[in-house]
Design a protein around this ligand. Sequence first.
Ligand SMILES: Cc1cc2nc3c(=O)[nH]c(=O)nc-3n(C[C@H](O)[C@H](O)[C@H](O)COP(=O)(O)O)c2cc1C
Length: 223
Amino acid sequence: MTTDHLTITPSVLYFGTPVALLSTENEDGSFNLAPMSSAWALGQVIVLGLGKDSQTAHNLATHPDLVINLPEPAQWPAVERLAPLTGRDPVPAHKQGAFRYEPAKFEAAGLRPEPSETVRPPRVASCPIQLEARAARVQPDVTGEFRVIEAHVLRVHADPRIVVPGTQHVDPAAWSPLIYRSAGQCSGLQARGVKARAGVPARARACLHPQVTVGVAAARCTA
Ligand SMILES: Cc1cc2nc3c(=O)[nH]c(=O)nc-3n(C[C@H](O)[C@H](O)[C@H](O)COP(=O)(O)O)c2cc1C
């Protein structure tokens, strides 16, 4: 059987996943906040993929507590403000020029921290879903470039607006994640996206999709 599909070699295999903001604890007891989107759930475990040189990966290797904050679509400008920042000092060589060191990420993003109940890093107050979690395993991926983190979720906080009244369920009709969709010139965020942001904001913005349709399958899967 023939198809008209093209054989392509994309630099990054992102197909479009929800954005999360990870809050973690730095060595000095202050807190870091970083956007990421390579995350998926296995029951009460969230598997996270992080660049090995990120401050977040370094933090989780020694301070396993974290909060996985899920922003809603309208929060894309805060994510954009965080995108060119790293909590790592000095800035790793491959990020030089595209990223700058920023120790106060909450302030830089314009996001308010809110104390967590079971872990030290704070939640992002305005995020509708906040998962307090602990990294149980932090290990290299097969390439050595990333860290694969298995985080056990300890407590889930949900904005009442998105919870089906009287249940433990998130209402998929009321909740939409912010989707980072990488395509074409937007792909390779870490390598190129931030430069694109500075020079061609509209193009970079196209990577953060405020609209997403949540289907019936999501309703059935919601625990
Ligand atoms: C929408 C978005 C999604 C991202 N997804 C990831 C990701 O899944 N994994 C990763 O390592 N970095 C990801 N990044 C890049 C990190 O945010 C970036 O490396 C940042 O400098 C990490 O901050 P830190 O060094 O303070 O931890 C993403 C950035 C944005 C804006």
